[in-house]
Design a protein around this ligand. Structure first.
Ligand SMILES: Nc1ncnc2c1ncn2[C@@H]1O[C@H](COP(=O)(O)OP(=O)(O)OP(=O)(O)O)[C@@H](O)[C@H]1O
Ligand SMILES: [Mg+2]
Length: 255
């Protein structure tokens, strides 16, 4: 399979081969993901869509090593990852993957600032660099005045933005985001999408689950799942080269 993980320009950012997840909880097995072949190039922005229960969260959790696969292969940056144990996955995530969960998973007994700085510090960034990155991200997301608050003191939308800031703290090669705008009003959605557009222009690879067709419209490619399988994939579309200027065009939401 090595010919499929390496392209002329280098290894793909993410690659799955016949990826399957079957949940075995008590009664009947649930076939959440049924043989997904997905190849994401470095710098590509892929939106994952599909109805509730179609396997979107299961897929991105497996891509980030947060859930184990039943069968199939996962490759991250050209290296086989599905065979890694939990601690090896943790190291891989720390080095290469930022994750925004559908339900935010912030550390309750730490301030917003510490929640955002933590991954950078764990990744070995100097304290000054981690602090500057945190200040930049919270500023971009309109959360500067919440830096000293505890997550429980924030609204759902604010917590979601903190979770995005945390995922980007490390400047990870790959951002995996499960409905990062799911709880946001249109203004905060714009802030989140502006930041996502900006990191995308900086070369960030993004795989983002969304229900919102307007949000998906910002992606280079839309992959649609139904019943655990890919039923539509804009694979043939070339990666769109966005102009360096004009961040505004990326965040304009209509309707
Ligand atoms: N831990 C689990 N145990 C058993 N079944 C599960 C588990 N997690 C998910 N499932 C099932 O797997 C299927 C896919 O779930 P998943 O959460 O991936 O869907 P989704 O596309 O993210 O949906 P939503 O849009 O509602 O977030 C569903 O049928 C769900 O009930
Ligand atoms: Mg989900």
């Amino acid at each position: 399979m090595s010919d499929r993980v390496t392209t002329a320009t280098g290894p793909s950012a993410l690659h799955t081969v016949n990826l399957v997840k079957i949940y075995q909880t008590g009664g009947l097995p649930v076939h959440a993901v049924r043989g997904i072949d997905l190849l994401v190039e470095p710098g590509e922005f892929v939106a994952i869509m599909g109805p509730s229960g179609s396997g979107k969260s299961t897929l991105v959790h497996m891509l980030g090593g947060l859930d184990t696969r039943t069968s199939g292969e996962i490759w991250v940056d050209g290296k086989r990852a599905d065979t890694l144990n939990e601690s090896a996955w943790a190291i891989l995530r720390r080095q290469k993957i930022g994750f925004v969960f559908q339900f935010f998973n912030l550390v309750d007994n730490m301030t917003v600032a510490d929640n955002v700085e933590l991954p950078a510090l764990l990744g070995g960034a100097p304290a000054k660099h981690a602090r500057e990155r945190r200040q930049y991200l919270l500023g971009e997301l309109g959360l500067t005045d919440k830096a000293d608050a505890a997550p429980a003191q924030l609204s759902g939308g604010e917590q979601q933005r903190v979770a995005l800031a945390r995922a980007l703290a490390n400047q990870p090669q790959v951002l995996l985001a499960d409905e990062p705008t799911g709880n946001l009003d249109s203004r905060n959605t714009r802030d989140v999408l502006r930041l996502i557009g900006e990191v995308h222009r900086q070369g960030q690879t993004i795989v983002m689950v969304t229900h919102d067709a307007r949000v998906a419209g910002l992606a280079d490619r839309v992959v649609t799942l139904l019943d655990g399988q890919i039923v539509d994939d804009g694979l043939m579309a070339p990666v769109r080269r966005r102009p360096k200027s004009g961040a505004g065009d990326v965040v304009e939401l209509h309707g």
